[in-house]
Design a protein around this ligand. Sequence first.
Ligand code: NAD
Length: 418
Amino acid sequence: MSQQYNPFDNVVAAIKKAAAILEYSENDYTRLLHPEKELKVSLPIKMDNGEVKVFDGYRVQYSCTRGPAKGGIRYHQNVNIDEVKALAAWMAFKNAIADIPFGGGKGGITVNPKELSAGELERLTRRYTSSMSYMIGPDKDIPAPDVGTTPQVMGWIVDTYSMINRIYSPAVVTGKPLPLGGSQGRVEATGLGVFRTVLNILKKLDMDPKRVTVAVQGMGNVGSYSAKFMYEEGAEVVAVSNSSGAVYLKTGLNIPEIIEHIESGKKLCDYNAEGVEHITNEELLTLDVDVLIPAALENAINEDNVNDVKAKVIVEGANGPVTVAADDILSARGTYIVPDILANSGGVIVSYFEWIQNQQNYYWTLEEVNTKLLEKMDKNFEDLWTLSKEKNITLREAAYVIALERIAEAAKPRGIWP
Ligand code: NAD
């Protein structure tokens, strides 16, 4: 990328656009341009070789107007405060459009977790949890996994928080391992929601999912399940990528085989099968496909590559994968973009179900979870589509209008303290 993109600028631009459509005065939304609380901590860790290393950790509570803050924790070498602020803000809007009673938050540590041993990762997670322990809690702020964090990391957070507070508190995080109060269906929920969103938009566009071609950027949690469900539906998933590289097969890749290859610890760029070509990560984004699912990191589609993007439909699996400038160009060209805050909300919806199950100590079957999830995804998409047609605005604008209105409507009767 020839230019640095600040993802927080994307959020501010989207909020201001929605406020203008709603004809809000600045007083109605100005507090939503500022995070409520930002925490930055230094995390000294004794490494296995005896050396002491210090990592930076963050937690941002963007808005708690509609309920406790909720949002994941990212372990990645590029984590910084602007990224965490943007991710926290997106969570506030995502939870509002998902219509679940949470505000938005996000956290992270600037670290490449692949470079740490399991013991170092555990010590880092426990230190981070203790540093933010006064800020999080089942009724205050409920973290979850994001890029680079796993159910195991959530397990260490539950244990540390429970030991500090002397009370077993599984509801302090979601995305936990099942024996610790995790929910059925949580691991695949985001990908399942992305897949359902693809089906929903294809139906509106009168396109048969069995006849479409798909490219997926980022074969991690979200990307793998999105690709798997599309493959099982009969679509031709022609290209997938991860940080090691991308593979392409015109007639459609064998996705279960690729997932097995990655899960066995091999690099995607070393995957070979008859006819499979190796392409660059950049080439994947500009393939002539019906559906592109960016499911890696933010700013993947930006001013530098947007003119080469040919997909008819983009369903945002990742948070913030399309910059504001790229979004304007694509929308003017008639590309349908289903925004992140709707498309990838399946994860936080099932996180909400997990939190309810923990609070009630009563657990649901996979079928119950998935039925409730898909009902919500369908209704939320329908509301979005209807508003976008009614007001002749993009799907992203419609999403922010719905979410902003819900947050503002909750803020009004609360007033401003003191
Ligand atoms: P993950 O760590 O499991 O996967 C990320 C994948 O992206 C990895 O396979 C990585 O190799 C790949 N990647 C990184 N840079 C790349 C590049 N330049 N080109 C191609 N691939 C690249 O993370 P995840 O949980 O799947 O999250 C992915 C995105 O989805 C993030 O934006 C995250 O915030 C968002 N998200 C995740 C969830 C969830 O439940 N996990 C929910 C909502 C949104």
